[in-house]
Ligand binder design. Structure first.
Ligand code: KG4
Ligand code: ZN
Length: 348
């Protein structure tokens, strides 16, 4: 009997729902709906948590309804409800978990709380049937988002070891702050990246590659951001061309560090797969440069990257994480147990 999962994700500024079916060996994505709050947060140049929660409240019912409709199912055809329970903004998480608990109470369905970071890891398993490369274990996964930056060793489904993480800013956060310095608006990552792509000519700025030679898997990005700030304050000619040069220099410095540490981890742990996930995994230069290094240095390793639309927050990845947990026989909450907490900070 195929099993259907309805998943809800509201940990930050995307209101999302998705439906996945487990039939046979691979879960299949039936629908994925994301309402992005970009417009609401552009007014303030960043996320105001209280605003994010209120926008989730306004959109959650419609988004869940659309996900069910697009999957051509009604709630009575669903077998499990999955929901992001940590980490994230507390108020935002509460909207999604309250909706999920309400659905569970009214239908009697079991509920599966999912860690948001585990969800990002599973963005690599969405539409697996269409992927060129297979996800094999052990895998080294670079998790790069607005709130987190870490290297994770994934030994099997549900088995993770964090190898290292950022000691200060997350890489997405650094992109967003550099976008502010360069006056590029919100969200910053895509804007910096787009500007950098237009750069041609000689490099004008030299930026540090923090912690690139420390021999461990820790990262630091606040220094690069400060270096950008000082260099830009000193710059007398703030032309578009120079802005492009700065965006390029910043992106290249960050990508060099990320790629170097990921390659080091892949070699040390004899990874069968190297993978990336999280919002910054949409970055073209990162995707390409890591792919090149793997081709040149680890040609037998499988390089698996998520489709662009599943790099940022979405509920399809939450449904996939829940699906693999079910398929691997992990315990799911009992029907009556709705007391799981919402946690603003929780590692894998
Ligand atoms: O995973 P995500 O949607 O949310 C969190 O869980 O944090 O990641 C959002 C982050 C933001 O900081 C955004 O600027 C960054 O991902 N981002 C990018 C790109 N697209 C999104 N950073 C660099 N290049 C991109 N193309
Ligand atoms: Zn995320």
């Amino acid at each position: 009997m195929p099993m259907k999962i309805l998943a809800i994700e509201t940990s930050c500024d995307e209101t999302a729902a998705a439906v996945v079916t487990i039939a046979g060996k691979k879960p299949h994505l039936n629908s994925s709906v994301v309402y992005s709050q970009i417009r609401e947060h552009q007014k303030t140049g960043g996320i105001v948590p209280e605003v994010a929660s209120r926008v989730h409240v306004s959109h959650i019912a419609r988004v869940v309804g659309s996900a069910l409709k697009n999957a051509k199912v009604t709630l009575n055809k669903i077998d499990y409800i999955a929901v992001t329970s940590a980490p994230g903004l507390t108020g935002s998480l509460l909207v999604g978990t309250s909706a999920a608990k309400t659905f569970a109470m009214t239908t009697g369905l079991p509920i599966i709380p999912v860690n948001h970071l585990e969800g990002h890891m599973y963005s690599n398993f969405i539409n697996e049937e269409n992927k060129k490369n297979t996800f094999l274990f052990p895998a080294v996964v670079l998790l790069v988002s607005g709130g987190h930056t870490s290297l994770v060793l994934m030994k099997d489904h549900g088995k993770y070891k964090t190898l290292g993480y950022t000691v200060d800013d997350a890489v997405g956060e650094a992109f967003d702050k550099v976008a502010k310095i360069l006056d590029l608006g919100y969200p910053g990552g895509p804007a910096v990246s787009k500007l950098a792509q237009g750069f041609v000519g000689k490099e004008r700025y030299k930026l540090p590659r923090p912690m690139i030679d420390t021999g461990d898997f820790k990262f630091s990005f606040s220094g690069i951001k400060t270096a950008v700030l000082y260099a830009w304050q000193k710059e007398k000619s703030k032309t578009i061309k120079n802005k492009q040069a700065m965006a390029y220099a910043f992106e290249q410095a960050v990508v060099d560090v990320l790629v170097s540490k990921t390659m080091m981890a892949a070699k040390k742990y004899k990874a069968e797969t190297v993978s990336i996930c999280g919002g910054v995994a949409a970055n073209k230069r990162l995707r390409e440069q890591l792919g090149e290094e793997i081709k040149n240095q680890l040609s037998t390793v499988s390089y698996v990257i998520p489709q662009i639309q599943f790099c940022g927050d979405n509920a399809a990845m939450i449904a996939m994480a829940a699906a693999y947990r079910l398929m691997n026989g992990k315990k799911v909450l009992k029907k009556t147990d709705l007391s799981f907490p919402v946690l603003s900070n929780k590692d894998l």
